[in-house]
Design a protein around this ligand. Structure first.
Ligand SMILES: Cc1cc2nc3c(=O)[nH]c(=O)nc-3n(C[C@H](O)[C@H](O)[C@H](O)COP(=O)(O)OP(=O)(O)OC[C@H]3O[C@@H](n4cnc5c(N)ncnc54)[C@H](O)[C@@H]3O)c2cc1C
Length: 172
C-alpha cells in the first residue's frame, strides 16, 4: 500500500528507477534534506521486469551519436566503480566491421581519442585479420575491413546487476 506521506514516488524498478532512487537518497542525505526513507519505488511486476532484465548487458562507448561519447565514458566509470555489485566484467568491447561501416566507425574512434577514451582502430582487411588472429588464432570471419577495440567496457549480467543496484538503493 502506498504511504500517503511518500514524498518521492519512483515508478519502475529498472536501471533508471533504481539509479534515480539510489542517487536521490544520497543527495537528500548529503544536502540534509531528508533520506531514503522519503523515497518509494514501485513496479507493476518486480525488479528488472522490463528491458533492464532482458538487455544483452553490453557496456560500451560505441553508439554513433557524438553527443553520447562523454556520457558513455561516464557510464562505463559507474560500472567500473563497483564490479561486484553490478556483476560487471571488464573485458573490453570490439566493433568488427565490414567496409560499409568503416568510415562511421572511424569517426567514433576519433571522438574516443579526443576525450582520452582508450581504444585502438585497425583498418584494412589484412591488418584486421592479423589483429584478430593475434587474439584468436582460429579467427576466420571474412569481409572485415576494420576493428575498433575499446579497452574499457565489457558486459554485465543484467538481472544480477539490477539486484545489486536495488540493494544499494535499499541500503540508503
Ligand atoms: C533486447 C534488448 C537488449 C538490450 N541490450 C542492451 C545492452 O546490451 N546494453 C545497454 O546498455 N542497453 C541495452 N538495452 C537497452 C536497455 O536495456 C534499456 O535502455 C534500459 O534497460 C531501460 O531501463 P529503464 O529503467 O528505463 O526501463 P525498464 O528496465 O524497462 O524498467 C521499467 C520498469 O517499469 C515498470 N513499469 C512499466 N510500466 C509501469 C506501470 N504503469 N506501473 C508500474 N511499473 C511499471 C516495468 O515493469 C519495468 O520494471 C537493451 C534493450 C533491449 C530491449
Amino acid at each position: 500500500m502506498l504511504a500517503s506521506s511518500t514524498k518521492y514516488l519512483i515508478i519502475g524498478a529498472g536501471i533508471h528507477g533504481l539509479s534515480t532512487a539510489y542517487h536521490l537518497a544520497l543527495e537528500l542525505k548529503n544536502r540534509g534534506l531528508g533520506s531514503g526513507k522519503d523515497i518509494l519505488v514501485i513496479d507493476k511486476s518486480g525488479i528488472a521486469a522490463g528491458a533492464s532484465g532482458i538487455a544483452c548487458g553490453v557496456v560500451r562507448n560505441n553508439y554513433f551519436q557524438p553527443a553520447m561519447r562523454e556520457l558513455m565514458s561516464h557510464s562505463v566509470d559507474v560500472w567500473e566503480s563497483d564490479p561486484k555489485a553490478y556483476s560487471y566484467h571488464a573485458v573490453g568491447y570490439m566493433q568488427i566491421s565490414p567496409e560499409v561501416m568503416q568510415a562511421n566507425i572511424a569517426t567514433i574512434y576519433e571522438q574516443q581519442k579526443a576525450i582520452g577514451y582508450p581504444s585502438e582502430f585497425i583498418e584494412g582487411a589484412a591488418d584486421s585479420m592479423k589483429y584478430m588472429r593475434g587474439l584468436f588464432d582460429d579467427w576466420q570471419a571474412k569481409g572485415i575491413t576494420s576493428v575498433l577495440h575499446e579497452k574499457k567496457g565489457g558486459f554485465s549480467n543484467n538481472k544480477k546487476a539490477m539486484q545489486g543496484l536495488a540493494a544499494k538503493a535499499e541500503s540508503e
